[in-house]
Design a protein. Structure first.
Length: 170
């Protein structure tokens, strides 16, 4: 009696896939195992992001998926990206958002298929810089507010306004 072959449908290409074929593929097993080590919030966006590396008219090979994931997994785990000699803190949620940004709204300058993670890393670094600048601005605003409330020095702009108002009022 012949064994029944378990078939599934690939969620991306909608083609039938035999489970036994996936089990026998070392690259596929390693890719799945690696994905399971990543934060859950990153797993689905990573799957969609990897499709940006897919060559035209072909599917992305499991070995390529594994290698691409191996390249960024350490950065995702460390929640860090290093660009131009600067380290940026990039939590898993930001990794997911950056991947989905490239998938959902790819810039016109983005040439597909992607060859490296460089564009994603640039997006993440730029977002981290903006977040750091916003946080720094909040700290400065809080400092100015607390200085004024404590009777500290007034900002120069406020002093100039007072001088102008005083000169006009005479």
């Amino acid at each position: 009696m012949a064994r029944a072959v378990t078939r599934y449908v690939c969620p991306h290409c909608r083609r039938p896939v035999e489970l036994e074929a996936l089990r026998d593929d070392r690259d596929w097993r390693e890719f799945v195992a690696l994905c399971q080590t990543l934060p859950a919030v990153v797993q689905r966006p990573l799957d969609e992001y990897l499709q940006l590396f897919r060559p035209a008219l072909r599917e992305l090979a499991p070995g390529r998926m594994r290698r691409l994931t191996q390249q960024i997994a350490p950065m995702i785990h460390a929640a860090r990206v290093r660009r131009a000699g600067t380290d940026y803190v990039v939590p898993a949620e930001h990794w997911a958002a950056g991947m989905l940004y490239l998938v959902d709204t790819p810039p016109a300058t983005l040439k597909l298929p992607l060859k490296s993670h460089g564009y994603l890393l640039e997006v993440l670094a730029a977002r981290a810089e903006r977040a750091a600048a916003t946080a720094e601005q909040r700290v400065e605003d809080g400092r100015r507010h607390s200085d004024r409330a404590a009777g500290g020095p007034a900002p120069v702009g406020e002093l100039l306004s007072r001088l102008r108002d005083g000169a006009d009022g005479r």
